[in-house]
Write a protein that binds this ligand. Sequence first.
Ligand code: GBH
Length: 437
Amino acid sequence: MEAFPRNFIWGVSTSAYQTEGAVAEDGRTPSVWDTFARVPGAIADGSTGDVATDHYHRWEEDVALLADLGVRAYRFSLSWSRIMPDDSGRPNAAGLEFYESLLDGLSRWAIRPVVNLYHWDLPQWLQEKGGWCDRETTDRFAEYAAVAVDALGRDVDVWCTLNEPFEHCMLGHVLGEHAPGLTLPLDEAFAVAHHLLLAQGKAVRVLREAGAESVMAINSYAPARPASDSEADRTVAALYDVLQNRLFTDPPLTGRYPEELEPLVAPFVRDGDMDVIATPVDLWGVNYYAVNAVRAVDGPIPLEVVAPEGHPLTAFGWAVAPEGLTETLTGLRDRYGDALPVVVVSENGCAYDDVVGADGRCDDPERVAYLSAHLDAIAEAIAKGVDVRGYFVWSLTDNWEWAEGFTKRFGLVHVDYATQERVAKSSFAWYRERIAR
Ligand code: GBH
């Protein structure tokens, strides 16, 4: 019996800064990533997203790839600083036009656009006013959402609010490994967390009032296992679990922060905030890559995340652990019950050192194995009663992998960054066949 429902949405995901390039064209101003990528030592290979995969100029070729792949949906993000380049509140028509063209292109192939407002690229002008540490940024986000839905909403099937606020909050504002590169004490980072959630809630209301068909929140999940049996490791694994798997999920779905975090967030919460944050959404996006092991360490951040033993590793060093996806999906259903919206696996994928051979082929059997094992894991969750309606591979093409620059390849399509030539990998053919089945 077919394990996936008949109208299951097969898709792929990308994001603006990782693909678009054209960072100074048509009125776009810098985002925090343009700034951060220029900090010496911040990016593994010293690269920036200035050109990335040049998607801004090659989007027609990329849409043709989507059509060839046969996906029903394409998840991408909008560049906030392309649309709102300064603090005037006036949208940049040229920036919006780029997305109008892209949406037109998608509609010609009947590919459903799943449009994310925010994939970590805060406008630099907003960072200079305090960024996510400042509550005002939540209102700027709501204004931007209003502009985007007003200009593009007619052609958008699903609106997404934020990609992985946990990663953005922690990597960008505590660990300093991502833009804006801050290393705030954990207690101050809860301001960032609360403002991200509040911004999301405000945007959901704006999108709803504008008549958006469907709204999705997107979080990353990873079961957190203690690295050893020691009490110290078990304690930090439990803490990490609450931060990664619940901090950004409990408030929108239950209207409350996890009890153990409440005192930490309390200084930033004002009357009415929790109602805004709990504004219902239609779809719950689950990004899943790996299981994490957590180890206690000395230092201001008392834990370290490592790959658990006993799993093959991807080229990123992440554990291949599809059972963790089943566990994540059934775990969400068990914890939140009827409060859990319909689930979409909004990212899943892996990095390998793919090369194009002399014969012009790019074979990536590890990726095929990874993706197909994760589809089996989803099928198992569906069989256990979890309502999963879609799956999005990260990513369509290789692209600029944040702090790893161009050194990690996640695509179904190989990109030669010297020539921008795209070559479909064997996983592309595999996925096409899987979709057509
Ligand atoms: C996503 O984040 C992003 O949304 C996307 O932009 C990015 O390109 C893509 O994934 C690939 O990185 O095994 O202990 O080292 C993924 C967040 C955080 C998930 C780290 C995997 C591995 C922890 N990831 N985690 S460990």
